[in-house]
Design a protein around this ligand. Structure first.
Ligand code: FAD
Ligand code: AMP
Length: 483
């Protein structure tokens, strides 16, 4: 193997592996360095997303949803199942199998595209050299015309709740419980906290989410956030806002460990709550430990992210950075698109990325999904806008599926009618919002979506009706304003 490359990517998460594949497709000699090891100590590609993030969390969300349906919903369809049981170790094993399958999928793609996979810790040295130290401590140095840094992010730790991996865990630990905790605490009612709280709540945990902020899902459109909070609370998630965790103590009781959590409550008073497990989900931070030599020329910003411009160039010529380690939302698909943009730029193309249209999904049930601007953002920007909302309860397909909760909210420019945002809590919200993202990429108006023929009966009809409602033309509900 020669030690000279056109492109070396450090990190094989969804940002890095996509960049590597695209670079290789464009004829560039490419290597991807990865230090992740699986439970058997084998080097694997895929990063947080594949190993401990998007994919395993969705595997457990799907398993727990099926259990919950069998337990609580099948009866309504006339299906009796007897006493439904959950075998947690089997559920976790299934999740591990899925992760393995996807790991080998990426290895297969690397082989097919002739990307060299280098397992070890990568460090950027001056002059676009990359040092790789493998699991046995062997050092190699490679040279590249271009280096792409894609080292991702790790969970944030907070001093009041130090993760011990047993009673107090982070998101990774919460994917490994071998039994259903009776009392489960979650610090942070954000995206990851709500997903993991939902998994264990559906399986029977009594879940309390302690959230420091006074508004729920502060960055989402608040009409949708309020509706989502109502639905999730009805499902049994005890979401307590304005509750800041200030301390934890792990104690033994009856031969079992539990954790006493202290927090300041909504009234500013000290309160405590005891849990069998506590998940700390207070966000993620960019990860650059051991990545950069002092003289490599790459600068960090004030948040510890690698500083990049709009095209993901760092402060060092020929060095790029993408994904969670740079500014912007920490989402797998955002990093992947940056990876494509950078690979194509290196190959001499003029690709740019549209940061204004990045869908964002929370995989609760029902899902919560958004694209574009929220009403709150538009108000703050002084934009003129109009809104159409449509509830799933008026959609035949949703009623037939017992999925009538939630709504679609479409926002368009008051004068041009151009769609500015779409926010959904409801069945298949992730896929529905994607339809609007495509429409927005093509500069669609609300009228364009309203004039599109939608299949019947589909959940998607709620998107069409919300678009019609923007201009007062919804068919399956009375319109507040007629235009
Ligand atoms: P990562 O996926 O973090 O990958 C970085 C890789 O770089 C890692 O494999 C790491 O080992 C490697 N690395 C770091 N430093 C070095 C080095 N010096 N040498 C060699 N290798 C190195 N996002 C979504 O879009 N949708 C979701 O549904 C979703 N669900 C999530 C659920 C959970 C529980 C979590 C934790 C995250 C979730 N995310 C989700 C976020 C998503 O996982 C991240 O946004 C995404 O993984 C970031 O991709 P990345 O390639 O930038 O970094
Ligand atoms: P996200 O950024 O979506 O992962 O959400 C993380 C959430 O954790 C945010 O809503 C924070 O407000 C919340 N958070 C951070 N620190 C604390 C704390 N000490 N107690 C409770 N919630 C917290």
């Amino acid at each position: 193997m020669s030690n000279k490359y056109d492109v070396i990517v450090i990190g094989s998460g969804p940002a890095g592996y996509v960049a590597a594949i695209r670079a290789a497709q464009l004829g560039l000699k490419t290597a991807c360095v990865e230090k992740w090891r699986d439970k058997d100590g084998k080097g694997v590609n895929g990063g947080t997303c594949l190993n401990v993030g998007c994919i395993p969390s969705k595997a457990l969300l799907d398993s727990s949803h099926k259990y919950h349906e069998a337990h609580a919903a099948f009866g309504g369809h006339g299906i009796s199942t007897g006493d439904v049981q959950i075998d947690v170790p089997s559920m976790i094993k299934r999740k591990d199998k899925i992760v393995k399958q996807m790991n080998s999928g990426i290895s297969g793609l690397f082989k097919a595209n002739k990307v060299d996979s280098l397992f070890g810790s990568g460090k950027l040295l001056a002059g676009k050299k990359v040092q790789v130290i493998d699991a046995d401590g062997n050092e190699s140095v490679y040279e590249a015309e271009n280096v792409i840094l894609a080292s991702g992010s790790v969970p944030v730790n907070i001093p009041p709740a130090p993760v011990d991996g047993e009673v107090i865990v982070d998101s990774t630990g919460a994917l490994e419980f071998q039994e259903v905790p009776e009392r489960l605490g979650v610090i942070g009612a954000g995206v990851i906290g709500l997903e993991l709280g939902s998994v264990w709540g559906r399986l029977g945990s009594k879940v309390v989410c302690l959230e420091a902020l006074d508004s729920f899902l502060a960055i989402m459109d608040q009409t949708i956030a309020k509706e989502a909070k109502k639905i999730l609370t009805k499902q049994g998630l005890d979401i307590r806002l304005s509750c800041r965790v200030t301390g934890t103590e792990v104690v033994e009781k009856g031969g079992k460990k539990e954790v006493v959590v202290t927090y300041t409550d909504q009234d500013g008073k000290d309160a405590t709550e005891t849990f069998d497990k506590l998940i700390v989900c207070v966000g993620r931070r960019p990860f650059t430990d051991g990545l950069l030599s002092e003289d490599c020329g790459v600068k960090l910003d004030e948040r510890g992210s690698i500083y990049v411009n709009d095209l993901c160039s760092t402060s060092a010529p020929g060095v790029w950075a993408i994904g969670d380690v740079v500014r912007g939302p920490m989402l797998a698909h955002k990093g992947s698109e940056e990876g494509v943009m950078v690979a194509e730029r290196i190959a001499g193309e003029k690709t740019v990325m549209n940061y204004d249209i990045i869908p964002n999904v929370i995989y609760t049930h029902p899902e919560i999904a958004a694209v574009g601007k929220t009403e709150e953002q538009l108000k703050a920007d002084g934009e003129e806008y109009k809104v159409g909302t449509f509830p799933f309860i008026a959609i035949g397909r949703a009623v037939a599926a017992d999925e009538g909760e939630g709504m679609v909210k479409m926002i368009a420019h008051e004068k041009t009618d151009r769609v500015l945002g779409c926010h959904i809590v409801g069945p298949n919200a992730a896929d529905l919002v994607q339809q609007v993202a495509i429409a927005m990429e093509f500069g669609s108006t609300a009228e364009d979506i309203g004039l599109t023929v939608f299949g019947h009966p589909t959940f998607s009809e709620a998107v069409k009706e919300a678009a019609l409602a923007v201009n007062g033309h919804a068919i399956h509900m009375p319109n507040r304003k007629k235009r």
